[in-house]
Design a protein around this ligand. Structure first.
Ligand code: AHG
Length: 280
Protein backbone atom coordinates (compact mmCIF):
# COMPACT_ATOMS: atom_id res chain seq x y z
CA UNK A 1 0.00 0.00 0.00
CA UNK A 2 2.96 2.34 0.66
CA UNK A 3 3.99 2.22 -2.99
CA UNK A 4 0.46 3.26 -4.02
CA UNK A 5 0.48 6.06 -1.48
CA UNK A 6 3.80 7.30 -2.92
CA UNK A 7 2.51 7.04 -6.51
CA UNK A 8 -0.54 9.13 -5.61
CA UNK A 9 1.73 11.72 -3.98
CA UNK A 10 3.94 11.84 -7.06
CA UNK A 11 0.87 12.20 -9.31
CA UNK A 12 -0.58 14.95 -7.13
CA UNK A 13 2.60 17.03 -7.33
CA UNK A 14 2.66 16.70 -11.11
CA UNK A 15 -1.06 17.50 -11.47
CA UNK A 16 -0.64 20.57 -9.27
CA UNK A 17 2.15 21.71 -11.59
CA UNK A 18 -0.05 21.09 -14.64
CA UNK A 19 -2.88 23.12 -13.10
CA UNK A 20 -0.47 25.96 -12.35
CA UNK A 21 1.13 26.21 -15.77
CA UNK A 22 -1.23 24.76 -18.35
CA UNK A 23 -3.30 26.90 -20.70
CA UNK A 24 -6.97 26.28 -20.09
CA UNK A 25 -8.76 25.07 -23.20
CA UNK A 26 -11.35 22.54 -24.19
CA UNK A 27 -10.15 19.50 -26.08
CA UNK A 28 -12.19 17.95 -28.84
CA UNK A 29 -12.52 14.59 -27.09
CA UNK A 30 -15.55 13.54 -25.10
CA UNK A 31 -15.35 11.17 -22.15
CA UNK A 32 -17.60 8.14 -21.84
CA UNK A 33 -20.24 10.17 -19.99
CA UNK A 34 -20.47 12.51 -22.98
CA UNK A 35 -18.83 15.51 -21.34
CA UNK A 36 -16.31 17.60 -23.20
CA UNK A 37 -13.00 16.94 -21.54
CA UNK A 38 -10.74 19.71 -20.49
CA UNK A 39 -7.14 19.24 -21.51
CA UNK A 40 -6.27 19.12 -17.84
CA UNK A 41 -8.48 16.06 -17.33
CA UNK A 42 -6.59 14.21 -19.98
CA UNK A 43 -3.21 15.39 -18.78
CA UNK A 44 -4.04 14.39 -15.19
CA UNK A 45 -5.24 11.00 -16.36
CA UNK A 46 -1.99 10.43 -18.23
CA UNK A 47 0.09 11.46 -15.22
CA UNK A 48 -1.70 9.05 -12.90
CA UNK A 49 -1.52 6.18 -15.36
CA UNK A 50 2.20 6.80 -15.79
CA UNK A 51 2.83 6.80 -12.02
CA UNK A 52 0.63 3.73 -11.42
CA UNK A 53 2.37 1.83 -14.23
CA UNK A 54 5.53 1.86 -12.08
CA UNK A 55 3.77 0.14 -9.16
CA UNK A 56 3.90 -3.65 -9.45
CA UNK A 57 1.15 -4.23 -6.88
CA UNK A 58 -1.46 -2.54 -9.10
CA UNK A 59 -3.30 -5.05 -11.24
CA UNK A 60 -5.88 -2.92 -13.05
CA UNK A 61 -6.91 0.71 -13.27
CA UNK A 62 -10.21 2.29 -14.24
CA UNK A 63 -10.40 6.02 -14.81
CA UNK A 64 -13.33 8.36 -15.13
CA UNK A 65 -11.65 9.50 -18.34
CA UNK A 66 -11.32 6.01 -19.85
CA UNK A 67 -14.08 3.90 -21.33
CA UNK A 68 -12.52 0.60 -20.27
CA UNK A 69 -10.42 -0.79 -17.48
CA UNK A 70 -6.72 -1.25 -18.17
CA UNK A 71 -4.58 -4.13 -16.98
CA UNK A 72 -1.24 -2.91 -15.64
CA UNK A 73 0.43 -5.86 -13.86
CA UNK A 74 -0.81 -9.42 -14.09
CA UNK A 75 0.63 -10.26 -10.63
CA UNK A 76 -0.68 -7.18 -8.82
CA UNK A 77 -3.52 -7.46 -6.31
CA UNK A 78 -4.89 -3.93 -6.22
CA UNK A 79 -7.52 -2.45 -8.53
CA UNK A 80 -7.68 1.33 -8.51
CA UNK A 81 -10.57 3.42 -9.81
CA UNK A 82 -9.85 7.12 -9.99
CA UNK A 83 -11.24 10.41 -11.11
CA UNK A 84 -8.08 12.27 -12.16
CA UNK A 85 -9.49 15.79 -11.94
CA UNK A 86 -12.95 16.05 -10.47
CA UNK A 87 -14.71 19.38 -10.98
CA UNK A 88 -12.30 20.36 -13.72
CA UNK A 89 -14.78 22.90 -15.09
CA UNK A 90 -14.04 24.91 -11.92
CA UNK A 91 -10.40 25.45 -12.86
CA UNK A 92 -11.22 28.33 -15.21
CA UNK A 93 -12.99 30.19 -12.37
CA UNK A 94 -10.11 29.37 -10.02
CA UNK A 95 -12.07 27.27 -7.53
CA UNK A 96 -10.64 24.17 -5.90
CA UNK A 97 -10.61 20.84 -7.72
CA UNK A 98 -9.47 17.37 -6.74
CA UNK A 99 -8.38 13.84 -7.60
CA UNK A 100 -10.19 10.84 -6.08
CA UNK A 101 -8.89 7.27 -5.74
CA UNK A 102 -10.69 4.11 -4.70
CA UNK A 103 -8.31 1.24 -3.91
CA UNK A 104 -9.80 -2.22 -4.17
CA UNK A 105 -8.25 -5.63 -3.58
CA UNK A 106 -8.86 -8.56 -5.91
CA UNK A 107 -11.33 -6.73 -8.16
CA UNK A 108 -13.59 -3.69 -8.21
CA UNK A 109 -16.58 -3.41 -5.86
CA UNK A 110 -17.49 -1.68 -2.61
CA UNK A 111 -17.01 -4.91 -0.66
CA UNK A 112 -13.43 -5.08 -1.94
CA UNK A 113 -12.44 -1.55 -1.02
CA UNK A 114 -9.39 -1.44 1.25
CA UNK A 115 -8.42 2.24 1.12
CA UNK A 116 -9.49 5.52 -0.39
CA UNK A 117 -7.71 8.76 -1.02
CA UNK A 118 -8.35 12.20 -2.39
CA UNK A 119 -6.26 15.27 -3.13
CA UNK A 120 -7.56 18.84 -2.98
CA UNK A 121 -5.85 21.39 -5.22
CA UNK A 122 -6.77 24.68 -3.59
CA UNK A 123 -4.75 27.56 -2.26
CA UNK A 124 -2.83 24.65 -0.68
CA UNK A 125 -2.56 21.05 -1.80
CA UNK A 126 -3.92 18.61 0.76
CA UNK A 127 -4.30 14.86 0.68
CA UNK A 128 -6.60 12.68 2.73
CA UNK A 129 -5.77 8.99 2.91
CA UNK A 130 -8.18 6.58 4.55
CA UNK A 131 -7.01 3.08 5.39
CA UNK A 132 -7.48 2.09 9.02
CA UNK A 133 -7.64 5.73 10.02
CA UNK A 134 -8.33 8.91 8.06
CA UNK A 135 -5.22 11.06 7.85
CA UNK A 136 -4.68 14.54 6.47
CA UNK A 137 -1.43 15.53 4.74
CA UNK A 138 -0.29 18.91 3.47
CA UNK A 139 2.10 19.52 0.59
CA UNK A 140 4.88 21.71 1.92
CA UNK A 141 8.17 22.47 0.20
CA UNK A 142 7.72 19.56 -2.19
CA UNK A 143 6.68 16.90 0.33
CA UNK A 144 3.45 15.69 1.86
CA UNK A 145 3.65 16.17 5.63
CA UNK A 146 1.25 14.45 8.04
CA UNK A 147 -1.02 17.02 9.70
CA UNK A 148 -3.61 15.14 11.77
CA UNK A 149 -6.19 12.42 11.95
CA UNK A 150 -9.71 13.40 10.90
CA UNK A 151 -12.82 12.60 12.96
CA UNK A 152 -16.33 13.77 12.21
CA UNK A 153 -18.55 15.10 14.97
CA UNK A 154 -21.89 13.41 15.55
CA UNK A 155 -23.63 16.49 14.16
CA UNK A 156 -22.38 19.37 12.04
CA UNK A 157 -23.48 22.75 10.73
CA UNK A 158 -22.88 22.65 6.98
CA UNK A 159 -25.16 21.71 4.11
CA UNK A 160 -23.99 20.98 0.55
CA UNK A 161 -27.08 20.15 -1.51
CA UNK A 162 -26.21 19.00 -5.06
CA UNK A 163 -28.34 18.72 -8.17
CA UNK A 164 -30.79 21.09 -9.82
CA UNK A 165 -33.41 22.02 -7.24
CA UNK A 166 -36.33 22.06 -9.66
CA UNK A 167 -35.57 18.39 -10.39
CA UNK A 168 -35.37 17.27 -6.76
CA UNK A 169 -38.07 14.95 -5.41
CA UNK A 170 -40.49 17.04 -3.26
CA UNK A 171 -39.62 15.19 -0.04
CA UNK A 172 -35.93 15.88 -0.65
CA UNK A 173 -36.64 19.60 -0.94
CA UNK A 174 -38.65 19.55 2.28
CA UNK A 175 -35.80 17.73 4.05
CA UNK A 176 -33.15 20.21 2.86
CA UNK A 177 -35.40 23.19 3.69
CA UNK A 178 -35.84 21.76 7.19
CA UNK A 179 -32.09 21.52 7.69
CA UNK A 180 -31.71 25.18 6.69
CA UNK A 181 -34.61 26.13 8.96
CA UNK A 182 -32.60 24.58 11.82
CA UNK A 183 -29.64 26.85 11.13
CA UNK A 184 -27.47 24.82 8.76
CA UNK A 185 -25.32 26.97 6.50
CA UNK A 186 -25.01 26.53 2.72
CA UNK A 187 -21.55 25.50 1.54
CA UNK A 188 -21.57 24.32 -2.08
CA UNK A 189 -18.93 25.06 -4.71
CA UNK A 190 -19.90 22.42 -7.27
CA UNK A 191 -16.70 20.48 -6.67
CA UNK A 192 -17.31 17.25 -4.82
CA UNK A 193 -13.80 17.10 -3.41
CA UNK A 194 -13.61 20.55 -1.80
CA UNK A 195 -17.28 20.39 -0.72
CA UNK A 196 -16.84 17.05 1.06
CA UNK A 197 -13.43 18.10 2.37
CA UNK A 198 -14.93 21.20 3.95
CA UNK A 199 -17.62 19.19 5.74
CA UNK A 200 -15.02 16.69 6.98
CA UNK A 201 -12.64 19.32 8.30
CA UNK A 202 -15.32 21.55 9.82
CA UNK A 203 -16.67 18.67 11.88
CA UNK A 204 -19.72 17.60 9.91
CA UNK A 205 -22.94 18.32 8.09
CA UNK A 206 -24.43 16.77 4.97
CA UNK A 207 -23.44 16.56 1.31
CA UNK A 208 -26.24 15.25 -0.89
CA UNK A 209 -26.62 14.40 -4.54
CA UNK A 210 -30.09 12.84 -4.82
CA UNK A 211 -31.86 11.05 -7.63
CA UNK A 212 -33.44 13.81 -9.72
CA UNK A 213 -36.04 13.78 -12.49
CA UNK A 214 -33.27 14.37 -15.07
CA UNK A 215 -30.75 12.02 -13.37
CA UNK A 216 -32.76 9.21 -11.75
CA UNK A 217 -29.56 7.36 -10.77
CA UNK A 218 -27.83 10.47 -9.51
CA UNK A 219 -24.78 12.03 -11.12
CA UNK A 220 -21.79 10.87 -9.14
CA UNK A 221 -20.01 7.70 -10.15
CA UNK A 222 -19.88 4.73 -7.82
CA UNK A 223 -16.35 3.43 -8.30
CA UNK A 224 -14.53 6.73 -8.80
CA UNK A 225 -16.39 9.11 -6.51
CA UNK A 226 -19.14 7.59 -4.39
CA UNK A 227 -17.45 4.50 -2.89
CA UNK A 228 -14.15 6.26 -2.10
CA UNK A 229 -15.87 9.10 -0.25
CA UNK A 230 -18.23 6.66 1.49
CA UNK A 231 -15.15 4.83 2.75
CA UNK A 232 -13.51 8.06 3.95
CA UNK A 233 -16.66 9.25 5.72
CA UNK A 234 -17.31 5.93 7.42
CA UNK A 235 -13.71 5.63 8.61
CA UNK A 236 -13.93 9.19 9.94
CA UNK A 237 -16.96 8.24 12.06
CA UNK A 238 -19.69 9.46 9.72
CA UNK A 239 -22.09 7.64 7.42
CA UNK A 240 -22.77 7.41 3.71
CA UNK A 241 -26.03 6.13 2.20
CA UNK A 242 -27.98 6.16 -1.05
CA UNK A 243 -31.07 7.27 0.89
CA UNK A 244 -31.87 4.02 2.63
CA UNK A 245 -28.87 1.69 2.18
CA UNK A 246 -25.18 2.13 3.02
CA UNK A 247 -23.35 3.13 -0.16
CA UNK A 248 -20.70 0.53 0.59
CA UNK A 249 -23.33 -2.21 0.38
CA UNK A 250 -24.13 -1.39 -3.25
CA UNK A 251 -22.89 -3.30 -6.26
CA UNK A 252 -22.17 -2.00 -9.74
CA UNK A 253 -22.79 -3.34 -13.23
CA UNK A 254 -20.58 -1.01 -15.24
CA UNK A 255 -17.50 0.93 -14.15
CA UNK A 256 -19.25 4.22 -14.91
CA UNK A 257 -22.43 3.48 -12.92
CA UNK A 258 -23.72 6.32 -10.75
CA UNK A 259 -25.76 6.44 -7.54
CA UNK A 260 -27.71 8.98 -5.51
CA UNK A 261 -25.51 9.68 -2.50
CA UNK A 262 -25.53 11.29 0.94
CA UNK A 263 -22.39 11.70 3.03
CA UNK A 264 -22.37 13.24 6.46
CA UNK A 265 -22.17 13.00 10.17
CA UNK A 266 -24.38 10.43 11.84
CA UNK A 267 -27.12 12.80 12.96
CA UNK A 268 -27.79 14.28 9.52
CA UNK A 269 -27.62 10.89 7.80
CA UNK A 270 -30.12 9.46 10.27
CA UNK A 271 -32.56 12.17 9.12
CA UNK A 272 -31.91 11.22 5.47
CA UNK A 273 -32.61 7.55 6.21
CA UNK A 274 -35.80 8.39 8.05
CA UNK A 275 -37.11 10.67 5.27
CA UNK A 276 -36.11 8.36 2.45
CA UNK A 277 -37.40 5.17 4.06
CA UNK A 278 -40.83 6.85 4.34
CA UNK A 279 -40.85 8.13 0.77
CA UNK A 280 -38.99 5.78 -1.58
P1 AHG B 1 -17.67 17.98 -13.31
O1 AHG B 1 -16.45 17.09 -13.10
O2 AHG B 1 -18.40 17.69 -14.56
O3 AHG B 1 -17.35 19.43 -13.11
O4 AHG B 1 -18.72 17.56 -12.17
C1 AHG B 1 -18.41 17.80 -10.88
C2 AHG B 1 -19.26 16.89 -10.06
C3 AHG B 1 -18.93 16.93 -8.59
O5 AHG B 1 -17.61 17.28 -8.32
C4 AHG B 1 -19.92 17.89 -8.01
O6 AHG B 1 -20.22 17.57 -6.69
C5 AHG B 1 -21.10 17.74 -8.90
O7 AHG B 1 -20.62 17.34 -10.15
C6 AHG B 1 -21.86 19.01 -9.04
O8 AHG B 1 -22.98 18.82 -9.81
P2 AHG B 1 -24.19 19.89 -9.89
O9 AHG B 1 -23.61 21.10 -10.53
O10 AHG B 1 -25.21 19.21 -10.71
O11 AHG B 1 -24.66 20.16 -8.48
Amino acid sequence: MNDIFSAIQASAKRIKEAIDVKDIGYSQQENSSGETQLELDIKSDMIIEEEFSKVASIHTIASEEKTHQELLHEDGKYYIAYDPLDGSSLVDVNLSVGSIFGIYEGGFGADKMVAACYVVYGPRVEMVFAHNKVKLYLLQAGDFEFVKEIHLNNKGKLMAPGGTQQNWPPYHKVMIDNFFAQGYRLRYSGGMVPDLHQILLKGGGLFSYPATSDKPDGKLRRLFEVFPFAFVYEKAGGEAVNGTEPLLSLGFAHVHDTSPCFFGSKKEVSVVKEVYSQNV
